[in-house]
Design a protein around this ligand. Structure first.
Ligand code: GAL
Length: 386
């Protein structure tokens, strides 16, 4: 028995030294290995968290050891405390034996998010889908549905959103300018003329018929139950915020463009005291870059850009990560967790997670690195950054 205790202590010390996290009431350690109930590093990348009836559900991309392509699907983990995670298995599987399926094994499934629809009692998942063998050309959104939060989710369809629709806030004058633009005339990208045309909606017009491109994405459910799909569109140059139907399974066709030509990816939205906030990244693939912050008085804007919300060492590269979600803690209007991924493209399954509390200075959110922290952080007196 004595020996057993000794070995237990040695093991605990070793795990601690390696930065392995697990067990009850353990702190959150951004960037370290995060073990599930089976002792395996959590595999739920580019993910998001849904709180439903006392349980947190974390959905994310299952990444393999050597490829970022979807060989398995979307995973789900559950927890009552945000630190002890039970592996609930695959919430949405790739189609294993059907190469004609939109979600055929080997496709790309990114940034899954799940929301609960109060009216229908269904769990609705949206994610960014790239068709197998076509790189990042398809730029589609896919939707899946389930009766249970842990799945199995049923893939419904994939599409480019808002086919045939122009942004609802585009004025008659702006539409008239759009009529004069022709994508075929701009053989060279990145010239000042091209940038100006992009700002005016060159690519919205180019993609009007087939639907707008949709890559990095987020879902946001507002206080009135209306849900929105936020995604990098127009070749990742411009964000679109699009309204979802009452059952959350399709787009209504009502949308706005945000920061045209601003090159924003990885949008993560939250709302505090009636103000909408959005953290995004720039566009540098798997390499980290400086986060951006936007705010708006309405989901439809106008969206104003503010300085980088990250502060302190490595804040110019989002601490090595890229935003994926902001979780509002249940029962609190002012407690939010910023979630990001530290990508490891050479060993995708070993990508790490950054979760940090969102703090506020004069009402403006900011995020500061901490090697470790726990949820008790929110109960301690607030010390604002100088
Ligand atoms: C990132 C994006 C990821 C993934 C990656 C591929 O910029 O946020 O979701 O698409 O590019 O290079």
């Amino acid at each position: 028995m004595k020996h057993f205790f000794f070995y237990y202590l040695c093991l605990a010390f070793l795990l601690q030294a390696c930065g392995v996290r697990g067990g009850n009431h353990e702190p959150i350690r951004p960037g370290k290995l995060w073990l599930d109930d089976r002792g395996v590093h959590i595999n739920a990348h580019g993910g998001g968290v849904l709180y439903h009836k006392g349980t947190y559900y974390w959905y994310g991309e299952y990444k393999s050891d050597s490829t970022s392509k979807a060989l398995v699907g979307i995973t789900c983990y559950s927890s009552s405390n945000l630190t002890d995670w039970k592996n609930e298995g695959i919430a949405l599987s790739v189609a294993d034996n059907d190469t004609t399926s939109d979600i055929a094994k080997g496709c790309i499934m990114e940034r899954p998010k799940v929301i609960y629809n109060e009216r229908t009692g269904k769990f609705v998942m949206w994610f960014h889908l790239e068709l197998r063998g076509r790189g990042y050309a398809a730029a589609r959104s896919a939707v899946a549905v389930s009766d249970s939060p842990t799945g199995p989710f049923r893939h419904l369809r994939s599409m480019r959103p808002d086919a045939g629709q122009l942004p609802f806030d585009m004025t008659a004058e702006e539409r008239a300018v759009l009529d004069t633009l022709d994508a075929a005339k701009y053989a060279r990208w990145w010239t000042p003329e091209w940038r100006e045309a992009i700002r005016k909606g060159l690519f919205v017009k180019r993609d009007l018929e087939g639907g707008q491109m949709a890559r990095d994405m987020q879902l946001f459910v507002d206080d009135d139950g209306k849900a929105y799909h936020i995604f990098s569109s127009e070749d990742n140059l411009t964000l679109h915020i699009a309204e979802l139907s009452d059952d959350y399974l399709s787009h209504t066709g009502k949308y706005v463009r945000v920061a045209p030509g601003g090159h924003n990816e990885a949008p993560a939205l939250f709302k505090k005291d009636g103000v909408y906030w959005m953290i995004t990244s720039g566009c540098t693939g798997w390499d980290p870059n400086e986060a951006r912050l936007f705010s708006a008085p309405s989901i439809w804007g106008p969206w104003t850009q503010l300085p980088n919300p990250c502060v302190g060492p490595k804040s110019e590269i989002t601490f090595g990560g890229q935003s994926t979600f902001v979780l509002r803690l249940p029962g609190a209007d002012d407690r939010f967790i910023f979630m990001a991924d530290i990508w490891r493209p050479k060993h995708p399954s070993d990508a790490r997670y950054i979760w940090l509390p969102v703090r506020f200075k004069e009402g403006v959110p900011y995020v500061e690195w901490m090697d470790q922290w726990d949820l008790g952080f929110f109960d301690r007196p607030i010390v604002e950054q100088e």
